[in-house]
Design a binder for this molecule. Structure first.
Ligand code: B1M
Length: 211
């Protein structure tokens, strides 16, 4: 099993989208659990790319190729997670905040929410608060899930919370925030309903918030 997981990790490091998809399909064919493929294959590879990026040994185009390969592979895993069979838990609007283009973490949170039975409306990256509020109103959403990876863009979350209050939605929609720079202290400070350090606990928390 470790061979196929190493192959997935290497394909991610190479930014090889087709190779990643083939290896993920092979792993599923071998009966490897979707969570293991995610943690020990895809995220392990992306972690190595991240270390190279930080060390200056990898550059933005390479990181983007790896990110695209990872995002492509999560589509297959989503089906696998869903196959475990879950009923609708509620409606979530998810977005990476304005000014921020990082979407790998956001996409994983989406994946785990969908696996947990939520209907997820994904607004993508660099999303202004006006779009978030409009989508919540139009769809009568239960939860807003916000992701930010930059210390400069995490401040946008505060603007979204202010816009929720101005729109009269405070208390009607729960707000979940997350991403590498987000702490519980920050979440409390801006008035969010909760934060989580990884995608699986984000989905768990969303369930608790709507129950
Ligand atoms: Co960027 N980048 N990046 N980058 N990038 C970081 C974040 C950085 C830490 C690297 C560094 O220099 N040390 C740094 C931020 C520093 C800071 O602000 N403190 C950084 C920088 C500076 C930048 C640019 C400014 C670089 C530049 O242009 N000079 C630029 C900004 C662009 C912009 O957004 N406006 C930039 C660009 C990019 C790429 C486009 C090349 C690419 C993004 C591609 C994409 O996302 N499609 C990229 C990447 C990939 C990274 C690193 C290498 C990896 C991030 C990642 O995807 N991690 C990152 C360094 C690192 O983390 N090692 C870095 C994997 C992912 C699974 O983890 O997103 O943390 P993460 O998600 C986790 C949790 O945080 C949590 O769950 C996930 C796991 O289960 N989580 C939530 C996330 N969202 C959640 C929401 C929740 C709950 C949990 O509730 C709603």
């Amino acid at each position: 099993m470790s061979d196929i997981l190493a192959t997935i990790s290497e394909a991610i490091q190479d930014g090889d989208q087709a190779g990643t998809l083939d290896a993920v399909k092979s792993a599923l064919g071998e009966g490897v659990a979707a969570q293991k493929i995610l943690d020990d294959g895809l995220l392990k590879g992306m972690g190595i790319v991240g270390e190279r990026f930080v060390a200056g040994d990898a550059f933005i185009p390479e990181v983007m190729m790896s990110a695209n390969a990872l995002n492509g592979a999560t589509a297959i895993l989503k089906e696998q997670f869903k196959a475990e069979g879950v009923t609708s838990a509620g409606k979530v609007v998810i977005a990476t905040v304005k000014g921020d283009l990082h979407d790998i973490g956001k996409n994983l949170v989406k994946l785990m929410l969908e696996a947990g039975g939520f209907e997820v409306i994904d607004l993508g990256t660099d999303v202004p608060e006006t779009d978030i509020i409009k989508t919540v109103k139009d769809n009568n959403a239960d939860v807003i899930a916000l992701s930010a990876l930059l210390t400069t863009t995490m401040a946008e979350m505060r603007n979204v919370l202010a816009a929720i209050e101005a729109a009269g939605l405070k208390g009607k929609v729960k707000v979940l925030v997350g991403g590498a720079p987000i702490t519980q202290t920050y979440a409390d400070e801006i008035g969010a309903d909760g934060t989580a350090t990884n995608a699986a606990s984000a989905a768990e928390l969303a369930k608790q918030l709507v129950s």
